[in-house]
Design a protein around this ligand. Structure first.
Ligand code: UD1
Length: 420
């Protein structure tokens, strides 16, 4: 098994190019099932999750042509669509559930292995299913699988009890080919929802209101193939902004949408980091004044993203003063706290709140990636820690960050990938 060896590095300096967004490309790939024609997707990040989605689409019956060297994939439906996603593929990647809406719309049936819980929470799919039911589907569960069936999907009205990203996307995709009008209230507003809607509208769908809490979809009879460039990854952007902050460095980030990272920028500025929009993208400087603490509460977009909570927590252990972090999106997203404490951080958990003492002198240790973003937090902490940090189970990182170690290395980080 591969691991990262990270050593204390000076301030990171230089330019980093951000890749296409994992959380945008996965639903867009699933949406390709909505048409018989070819879809060409550009700015595709070379990630394990993208590869897993390629394999899933292939097993369902699509012809997938991956050209990772050029960050491009072509997807075209084969002769038959199999409407099942087996456990072997779903357990590798939770986003497999996003094939359920399009398969239901195309074939009238979708049978998917239940994804189950994961390190950060139970992650039920009740809201996805509530949406399919509102469109007229019958739901059955048994033997670890969930099946949705409908002779014909008809438009309906869905109120989401929580603005779930995946449920919003799945319902949008199912509704695109349903007969009549669908309305999703308390919908997720994430930029990735807007990117999916833009892709679907280029295919001929009629989706309005994406990016607000009310999305309206007018069903159409069929959709066509299209070509689409995926938006830049706002979580990768945020991770490199925090890398500049934690190492007190000076980094320029290219291929970014500043609007998508407003909450992270706001918190960095509260810590005393300088964030400037420049022609090439965003310049983040943390070498101008001492950094201070701030409090964070994770929320659905446009609130502070839960996917940036572990990385920001690593930063907060190094600044002056105590901070509070409240995680409201996932019930168990503090797996990294134990690992950070093993490196000398002083973080206490009380319910959903973490209390972080600042100005800790971190020390290198053997730690594990407990999940994707927790792994990024370990690398960031390792850059500031005295001595050597050995990070194992890095396959989590490779699920969601393209060329992670290489990009850090180019900024002057002392990071090496080695085989055990
Ligand atoms: C997506 C992102 C993930 C991010 C998360 C929250 C993708 C591929 N993944 O995950 O990186 O951390 O949004 O921003 O885009 N919930 C229910 N019932 C449901 C669905 C969700 O109770 O049917 C709960 C979940 O357990 C969780 C919360 O809602 O506590 C948010 O989940 P959701 O927005 O659905 O996240 P994902 O789409 O799984």
């Amino acid at each position: 098994m591969a691991k990262y060896i990270v050593q204390k590095s000076g301030p990171l300096v230089g330019t980093v190019e951000i890749s296409g967004a994992k959380n945008a490309v996965l639903p867009i790939m699933a949406a390709s099932l909505l048409t018989d024609e070819e879809c060409e997707i550009l700015e595709v990040p070379a990630l394990r999750d993208v590869d897993a989605m390629c394999k899933l689409l292939h097993s369902i019956g699509s012809k997938v042509n991956e050209d990772f060297d050029n960050n491009r994939i072509h997807i075209k439906k084969g002769n038959i669509l199999f409407n099942e996603a087996p456990y072997e593929l779903v357990k590798r990647m939770r986003a497999s559930i996003l094939t359920m809406g399009p398969l239901l719309a195309r074939t009238g049936r979708a049978r998917i292995a239940l994804p189950g819980g994961c390190a950060i929470g139970a992650r039920p799919i009740d809201l996805h299913l509530k949406g399919f039911q509102a469109l007229g589907a019958d739901i059955e569960q048994g033997h670890g699988y969930v099946e949705a069936k409908a002779k014909k999907l008809t438009g309906g009205s869905v109120y989401l009890d929580f603005p779930s990203v995946g449920a919003t996307e799945n319902i949008m995709m199912a509704a695109a080919l349903a007969e009549g009008h669908t309305i999703i209230e308390n919908a997720a507003e994430e930029p990735e929802i807007v990117d999916l809607a833009n892709f679907m509208n280029k295919m001929g769908a009629k989706v309005k209101g994406a990016g607000t809490d009310t999305i309206r979809i007018e069903g159409v009879k069929e959709l066509r193939g299209t070509k689409h460039s995926v938006i830049p990854d706002r979580i990768e952007t945020g991770t490199f902004m925090v890398a500049a902050a934690i190492t007190r460095g000076d980094i320029i980030l290219k291929n970014v949408v500043p609007d998508h990272v407003r909450p992270v920028v706001a918190k960095l500025i509260e810590c005393g980091v300088s964030v400037e929009e420049i022609e090439e993208g965003i310049r983040v400087r943390a070498d101008l004044k001492p950094l201070v603490s701030t409090d964070i509460k994770t929320m659905p977009y446009p609130g502070f993203p839960t996917d940036m909570q572990p990385q920001f927590m690593a930063l907060l252990t190094t600044v002056k003063g105590p901070s509070l972090v409240v995680e409201t999106v996932f019930e168990n997203r503090y797996m990294h706290v134990g690992e950070l404490n093993r490196m000398g951080a002083d973080i206490k958990i009380e319910g959903r709140t973490a209390i972080i003492q600042g100005e800790r002198k971190l020390q290198g240790a053997q730690v594990i990636c407990t999940d994707l973003r927790a792994g990024a937090a370990m690398v960031l902490a390792g850059l500031m820690a005295e001595g050597i940090t050995e990070i194992s189970e890095i396959y989590h990182l490779e699920r969601g960050y393209a060329s992670f170690a290489e990009k850090f290395h180019l900024l002057g980080a002392n990071i090496k990938k080695v085989q055990d």
